[in-house]
Design a protein around this ligand. Structure first.
Ligand code: FAQ
Length: 309
């Protein structure tokens, strides 16, 4: 059996492809693209929330937020490791990110203006991430699917903590309630755009679905997410800034109002509200961490010398 035949047979029975299996170049490239973009999103995604660690309203909130941001670093690392099994070194992926050549999720180019944004990020951004990522636990590439299982468990906790922040604010003073509503108003549309462009403008979906990497289209997942939050917002006693949300009985899908896809393109082109700030911070952190990488490499070399002596 040729490599291609073996690969096709694995995909046909929905089995897992492992690092040592032969795979088409396009499959490898698609995975490195998606997994590295996902890893970069986790790492850049630490910044909007880290912005509030020193301003969290209590010690408990601060401890929770620090743990969440640390989880995101961990997710980035599992994902870089999964991408490395495809032959692209992490140094290369990091170099592409800090050179501004790699993509990361559009959502992390928006500013976090108030404490309520920590609630809205947890509820909406982690919520959208879970909706998109649970099906990725079944992605055909083994190391990616397995990394997603643990990541999704942690994201579920993140979403609940965000919802709980909003619930407390929604039941607080009128000013706190207003702050929660304002955060939802600002994060709603960008969180829907996390699912990617509409299906007709999504060049990668068809092939990714044929390879069992993506299981649902961008619009299918976006619609599921809308159905989820439209119920949850009622528990908060707040509203979504979209009068067009409705369930379409014929298609069995939730529909939402128009999204500003020009804004999405601008953000992807590097011209979103915080793109340059996020990349500058990432570059600075990389430079500041040079001594740690050098020390770790020197220590590893010394250990290797000892064990071979
Ligand atoms: N932002 O043909 P498609 C998180 C690009 S969650 C930026 O539809 P595809 C957790 C796309 O890359 C966020 N770029 O592409 C967290 C492609 O460009 P390319 C990360 C986007 O891959 C929570 C082009 O547009 N999650 O970090 C976006 O089939 C809170 C055409 O699009 C993942 O990455 C976007 N929103 O579908 C952390 C999940 N959408 O590469 C901290 C895994 C599309 O051809 C705090 N990824 N593009 O130049 C995926 O599921 C997919 O890659 C999609 C895009 C669904 C994002």
């Amino acid at each position: 059996m040729s490599g291609q035949e073996h690969f096709d047979a694995l995909i046909a029975v929905d089995a897992r492809v492992e690092p040592r299996d032969w795979m088409p170049d396009g499959y490898r490239k698609t995975l490195v693209r998606q997994i590295s973009q996902h890893a970069h999103s986790e790492i850049i995604g630490m910044q909007p929330e880290a912005n509030w660690i020193t301003r969290a309203p209590s010690l408990k909130r601060k401890a929770i937020l620090m743990a969440k941001v640390q989880d995101e670093a961990g997710h980035g690392l599992y994902l870089y490791s999964a991408a490395e099994t495809l032959g692209t070194p992490r140094d290369q992926m990091t170099a592409d990110l800090i050179a501004g050549k790699a993509r990361y999720s559009s959502i992390f180019n928006y500013p976090t203006l108030t404490w309520a944004d920590m609630g809205a990020i947890g509820w909406l951004v982690d919520g959208a991430a879970i909706c998109n990522q649970v099906p990725l636990c079944r992605a055909s590439y083994g190391p990616y699917g397995r990394a997603m299982v643990r990541i999704c468990k942690e994201e579920s906790f993140h979403q609940r903590q965000g919802f709980e922040i909003l619930l407390e604010l929604a039941n607080g003073t009128p000013a706190q309630r207003e702050m929660a509503q304002d955060a939802i108003n600002r994060w709603y549309a960008p969180s829907l755009m996390m699912f990617g462009p509409p299906d007709e403008d999504s060049p990668n979906s068809r092939q990714s679905m044929a390879w069992n990497i993506k299981r649902f289209s961008n619009d299918e997942l976006r619609s599921r997410f809308v159905g989820m939050i439209v119920e949850q917002v009622k528990v908060l006693g707040l509203t979504l800034p979209d009068a067009d949300i409705r369930f379409n009985e014929e298609t069995g899908r939730w529909e939402h109002g128009p999204l500003d896809w020009d804004e999405f393109s601008e953000v992807l082109a590097g011209r979103g509200p915080c793109n340059s700030q996020r990349l500058a911070r990432r570059r600075e952190a990389h430079e500041d961490g040079a001594w740690v990488r050098e020390a770790a490499a020197a220590y590893a070399a010394r250990q290797a010398g000892r064990s071979s002596a």
